[in-house]
Design a protein around this ligand. Structure first.
Ligand code: SF4
Ligand code: SF4
Ligand code: FES
Length: 248
């Protein structure tokens, strides 16, 4: 019996509307699984299925409620009579730039994205963000020239694009924030000797034997190796290390 069949036996069937069409689906499913249950096949609008890639932005309403709700289809449970559509991609202005030339300051970002100054501080972007990122605040920090703080506030952005869909100033917030994080990482962050050391080790072939060993393994053995790995405990402290560092 497939997982979806088993789920359908233990759950209640509820009606939902996908792009205006009614379907009966088990109430124990996420929107993504419910769409698949209803016969949709994802060739776009699904990636990680784990709330990380930002591909499955979904907008929905509930009956008798004026509010627009959003969620990631892979993380949000279905609700009776919700009516929904996916927004797997939202067109937004994305500027090219010369990495060597660009300066890591708010003025340079504002020159590339002058629409930054069209923000009217309505906060619609923050309200729609499925990751609870304080979008309006990072935009304010960029306008103020505080790249480091904008980087910090926008860190959990998964590039779903929903903020841009709501912006009356027509800002591509997530592209601007990505630029800011790149500027911080590439031009402002302190040196990271451990990273440089690792790059040198890779170039010197330090990991070559281990890679060759992995390449020789069967798919089943690779899966077993992956599932048997020691996982970092939830909320481990910063000094946590695995018992074996073989291959590192
Ligand atoms: S900041 Fe925008 S693009 Fe990033 S996760 Fe939030 S809504 Fe999505
Ligand atoms: S939705 Fe647009 S205009 Fe409103 S606060 Fe966010 S960035 Fe500014
Ligand atoms: S599929 Fe990646 S966030 Fe939903």
């Amino acid at each position: 019996m497939s997982t979806t069949e088993a789920e359908s036996l233990t759950s209640k069937m509820i009606p939902i509307f996908i792009m205006g069409k009614k379907y009966e689906v088990p109430d124990s499913l996420t929107i993504m699984k419910a769409m698949e249950y209803a016969g949709y096949k994802f060739v776009r609008g699904a990636g990680c299925r784990g709330g990380i890639c930002g591909a499955c932005g979904t907008v929905y309403r509930k009956p008798g409620d004026y509010r627009i709700y959003v969620g990631l289809a892979c993380q949000t449970m279905v609700e009776p009579k919700m009516y929904l559509t996916q927004i797997p991609f939202y067109p937004a202005n994305r500027q090219n730039f010369d990495w060597e030339e660009i300066k890591a300051d708010g003025g340079a970002v504002g020159q590339l994205y002058p629409e930054l100054y069209r923000c009217v501080a309505c906060n619609a972007c923050t309200k729609i963000c499925p990751m609870d990122v304080e979008v309006m605040d990072y935009i304010a920090m960029i306008k103020r020239g505080d790249i480091e703080e904008a980087k910090r506030i926008s860190f959990d952005c998964i590039q779903c694009g929903l903020c841009a869909s709501r912006c009356m100033g027509e800002l591509p917030q997530y592209h601007i924030a990505q630029l800011v994080r790149r500027l911080y990482g590439g031009k402002m962050a302190p040196d990271t000797p451990h990273l440089e050391q690792m790059v040198e080790q890779i170039a010197a072939g330090y990991y070559q034997d281990k890679l060759e060993e992995l390449k020789q393994m069967s798919e089943d053995d690779l899966k077993k190796l992956y599932s048997d790995r020691q996982q970092e405990p939830h909320q481990a402290d910063e000094y946590w290390k695995p018992e074996s560092n073989e291959g590192l």
